[in-house]
Design a protein. Structure first.
Length: 95
């Protein structure tokens, strides 16, 4: 399911959208970014932040000022279930 919250003003007054600077979410929406405790010491990881209204933002920790992607709870849940089931293991094992 494609989901782009750009222009949706019933929850975010229209100012949260895919590709916006992650720093804007931190500064204007006071979100707290979280990364896995399994992240490597160089900080190369993906960070998640829960947004008001329940959507989830994702950013690359190597580029914290870069763009954030915004997903619905259902999209994040489907991804997490797939990860738990091993559906994406081939991306890191090369198999």
């Amino acid at each position: 399911m494609d989901h782009d919250v750009h222009g949706v003003d019933d929850v975010y007054t229209g100012d949260v959208y895919n590709g916006m600077a992650a720093t804007e979410l931190t500064e204007h929406h006071r979100v707290a970014w979280q990364k896995s405790r399994h992240s490597n010491s160089q900080g190369s990881c993906v960070e998640f932040a829960r947004l008001p209204g329940g959507d989830v933002a994702v950013r690359n920790s190597r580029f914290p000022d870069g763009p954030a992607l915004v997903y619905t709870r259902a999209e994040i849940e489907a991804m997490l279930l797939g990860v738990k089931d091993g559906e994406f293991d081939h991306l890191v094992t090369g198999a």
